[in-house]
Ligand binder design. Structure first.
Ligand code: ADP
Length: 239
């Protein structure tokens, strides 16, 4: 299978049409951005670490009953996926208070959120991805009430499955963001699950193992991404 036309060029990935109906190729580029694109860099090998981790997670989630867009990897940078009509929601699950929830609300960083918080933002860079509530989501007709229930259930299933897997490697899943899309009436998990879309802390040292290393210049991003990709994929292989 080969890339045909460029369908979407996002901040870190490019999506191509293919010669097979209903299938797309997602290229994980070496671009990294933060703060609404205000900070940008190109980091050699970053794309393949994120693609590798995403592919492992999608396979693991599929085995555990979560419907994802993942088919296969063509090479370390290119993933074959099901073409979805993406839903412009960023579904965030938070187990520990960190990041924007601490900046915008009176949570103290590091507070355990039990049960986990589900926060849903409107995916729109120009509007800085504003936080939604259920009423706004339904009023905007972004999803039906039944789809919203389904999306939240899948988000919590993904949280439970990934938390267990990462804990086995001594990593705390602090929070993560996922995106969903439709094919007909079926909702699939799309996009990526990687160090760019999760917040991960080392259980022993509390050290950041994710894009916060880049955002706040906490160390050498690629050394950390390389190490964490190896830890994660090793933990998946043990399952
Ligand atoms: P962004 O600039 O939105 O952060 P990315 O660089 O991550 O974007 O680009 C990926 C784009 O591809 C996003 O717009 C995402 O919604 C879209 N996408 C992800 N998975 C699929 C899919 N299975 N079908 C169609 N579009 C997808």
């Amino acid at each position: 299978m080969k890339c045909k036309d460029l369908l979407i060029k996002g901040k870190a990935k490019s999506v191509y049409t293919t010669d097979t109906k209903g299938k797309l190729i997602v290229e994980f580029r070496d671009d990294i951005t933060a703060f609404d694109g205000g900070k940008k860099d190109v980091l050699k090998n970053k794309g393949c670490h994120n693609a590798g981790v995403s592919a492992f997670f999608f396979e693991y989630l599929e085995k555990n009953g979560v419907k994802t867009h993942f088919f296969t990897m063509l090479d370390p940078y290119h993933m074959v996926v099901r073409k979805l009509e993406m839903i412009p929601l960023e579904v965030i699950v938070r187990n520990i208070a960190a990041g924007s929830i601490v900046r915008n609300y009176p949570f103290r960083e590091g507070t355990l959120l039990d049960p986990p918080l589900i926060v849903i933002d409107y995916k729109d860079d120009a509007r800085h991805d504003p936080m939604l509530n259920d009423e706004i989501i339904i009023a905007l007709k972004l999803v039906t009430p039944a789809e919203l229930i389904k999306i939240k259930k899948v988000a919590l299933d993904v949280n439970r499955l990934l938390s267990v897997l990462l804990a086995a490697e001594g990593i705390t899943l602090v929070d993560f963001k996922i995106e969903f899309g439709r094919k007909g009436k079926t909702i699939y998990l799309g996009d990526e699950i990687s160090m760019d879309s999760m917040r991960l802390w080392d259980k022993k040292t509390g050290e950041s193992l994710d894009k916060d290393v880049y955002r706040f210049e906490k160390g050498d991003v690629m050394t950390i991404y390389n190490q964490v990709a190896q830890r994660i994929t090793r933990s998946v292989k043990k399952q």
